[in-house]
Design a protein around this ligand. Sequence first.
Ligand SMILES: [Zn+2]
Length: 113
Amino acid sequence: MVSQMPQEEQTKNMPSKVYAPLGTRGREAISIKECLKCGGENTVEVVDFSSNDETSGENILETLDYTVKCTKCEETYVVRVRSMYLEDKKEENRLVSTVFIVENNQEYWLGVL
Ligand SMILES: [Zn+2]
């Protein structure tokens, strides 16, 4: 049984940073609390949230969609976090999380958690 957190709890849980690998130079942290459209700092608010789980063999693929709106330029876009879990949705069973920006049903890879 998967326990569901209340929606307002989830909207606060949007990760603030993702990491983009830079080859041999390690990785760069990208703040996703900054607007990716106008670069406004802390102008992004989560206005909607949805989640979906798919089971594939022993793996659970969790998709979290945070719809965010910038208070400065008023653009709205979706920050999507896809996580793969082995057998159970526990943090220690989390294999990988990938973060995308979704626009016009296209996913644009942003980084990993
Ligand atoms: Zn903006």
